[in-house]
Design a binder for this molecule. Structure first.
Ligand SMILES: Cc1cc2nc3c(=O)[nH]c(=O)nc-3n(C[C@H](O)[C@H](O)[C@H](O)COP(=O)(O)OP(=O)(O)OC[C@H]3O[C@@H](n4cnc5c(N)ncnc54)[C@H](O)[C@@H]3O)c2cc1C
Length: 432
């Protein structure tokens, strides 16, 4: 096929430039500083205070992100029959797209426009300087006191990272707990981890206004407990994502979006208009790089290989890359309860996992739920060292639709966190 790909900003999009790659690079710098501060526990001496050079931290991040974005662009420009166009694309009709006054016509159009940080309208939003996941990528200094509005995945990663860089950090979350989509025990364990590092956490505190004060900002709160204002030197908004669909001319193509602006797609990612597909964050069916990539695989296999892959075939999975990380797959306990299935569950603290003890990283736990009748794994949360990797052992067994007993009979490497999965599974019992 002859293909044109249109990009208005940086190649690689959010993941490469302002999402996964730069944040995980920064998380690695923060982890190194954290371990250095704990040097004495491991038997080495750090002479003097561990201080982070933010210019060098940012330079490392820029280098790693930059390699990826350059790699993506070079690869695209080197593809046969692929024209790379820089500019903002807009539909003129269901078959035509305008970019830089050029009109492109195609019988197949793939929308993959992603999203951006949501900026809620509230008192003071236009007067107060604030950071988002994009603009914080340019920060090459240490904020004295970073106030983060939003205690979910993005906010928590930045919170721990900046605390470890040396900032005072306050998280303001309107819900009763952090990462409210997770089970309560996961939220609570994550809160404890962050609390132990000296991060201030304000729960049940809705940010309702922003203001400037001498040398910084102040967040006005609607809260029953604690002070009604949280002052800081810098402000990061991490309150969700908005799809980039408002400036695409979707109405001219008659492509339907939902109330929040996500493009409505079917189980094979086709929009309501034949010949137009929507992939990635803009379709609201996932919010991760792996869900975006899986969208591509579904569309490509169905279109090019005569396959019948569907979004509903995939099992939810993701990581929260605080330290220690959370690896999640399948259903939460709350979802299992809601489904009415008879389940068995087991939980095992990381403090009793040899590998975690050896590494001096014993926070968190492993918990797994299985279907009492079919013995298939329903879901797992592995909060602890290596949790983001270990969870794949369970995920692959879930895809194989095999019973959990397969994991119990497998021989795993010693000493690893994964070798404890059979032990955890031997403790399965009805949840109580
Ligand atoms: C701080 C942060 C950390 C994250 N960490 C992780 C993580 O660890 N793991 C994970 O799986 N996910 C993570 N994510 C989510 C992940 O980055 C996204 O899910 C993923 O990038 C979505 O890919 P996409 O292709 O759908 O869209 P995007 O990556 O957003 O790409 C869309 C592209 O379309 C371009 N574009 C938009 N409109 C137009 C237009 N009209 N014309 C031309 N070009 C246009 C944009 O410039 C952009 O390059 C993170 C996100 C954030 C914000």
């Amino acid at each position: 096929m002859t293909v044109a790909i249109i990009e208005r900003h940086k190649f690689g999009g959010t993941c490469v430039n302002t999402g996964c790659i730069p944040t995980k690079t920064l998380v690695a710098s923060a982890y190194a500083a954290h371990v250095a501060r704990r040097g004495a526990e491991y038997g080495f001496v750090v002479d003097g205070e561990v201080r982070v050079d933010m210019k060098r931290v940012k330079a490392r991040k820029d280098e790693i992100s930059g390699q990826s974005t350059r790699g993506v662009e070079e690869w695209l420009r080197g593809l046969n029959n692929c024209t790379v166009i820089q500019g903002h694309a807009r539909f003129q009709s269901a078959r035509t797209v305008v970019v830089n006054d050029e009109i492109l016509e195609a019988d197949k159009v793939f929308i993959n426009v992603g999203g951006r940080a949501s900026v809620p309208s509230m008192q003071g939003i236009n007067d107060v300087p604030f950071l988002t996941n994009s603009s914080i990528m340019d920060v090459d200094f240490l904020p004295e006191h970073l106030v983060i509005v939003g205690g979910s995945y993005v906010g928590l990663e930045f919170a721990q990272m900046y605390r470890r860089f040396g900032s005072e950090v306050t998280i303001v979350e309107m819900g009763p707990r952090l990462i409210g989509r997770e089970d309560e025990d996961v939220s609570e364990a994550v809160r404890e981890i962050l609390d132990m590092e000296g991060i201030q956490i304000r729960l049940n505190a809705k940010c309702i206004s922003l203001g400037n004060v001498d040398g910084g900002i102040v967040v006005g709160l609607d809260c029953a407990q604690g002070p009604p204002e949280e002052p800081g030197t810098h402000l990061l908004l991490a309150v969700g994502r908005t799809p980039n669909t408002q400036d695409l001319g979707l109405d001219r193509a008659a492509v339907v979006t939902d109330q929040r602006g996500y493009i409505v797609v079917d189980d094979q990612l086709q929009t309501n208009v034949p010949g137009i597909w929507a992939l990635g964050d803009c379709n609201g069916r996932g919010a991760f790089t792996h869900t975006s990539y899986n969208d591509y695989e579904i569309v490509a296999d169905n279109l090019l290989n005569g396959d019948h892959r569907r979004v509903s075939d995939r099992i939810p999975t993701y990581g929260l890359f605080i330290d220690p990380p959370l690896g999640r797959c399948g259903m939460t306990d709350a979802e299992i309860r809601k489904s009415g299935r008879a389940a068995l569950a087991a939980k095992h603290p990381m403090s009793r996992v040899g590998r975690a003890v050896e590494k001096g990283e014993t926070q968190g736990f492993i918990k797994i739920s299985v279907d009492a009748e079919t013995k298939q794994i329903l879901g797992a949360a592995i909060l602890g060292t290596g949790g983001d990797e270990v969870v794949h052992v369970l995920l692959d067994v879930m895809y194989a639709k095999a019973p959990y007993t397969v994991v119990q009979r497998a021989m795993h490497i010693h000493p690893t966190v994964a070798e404890f999965l059979p032990t955890v599974l031997s403790k399965l019992q009805p949840p109580g």
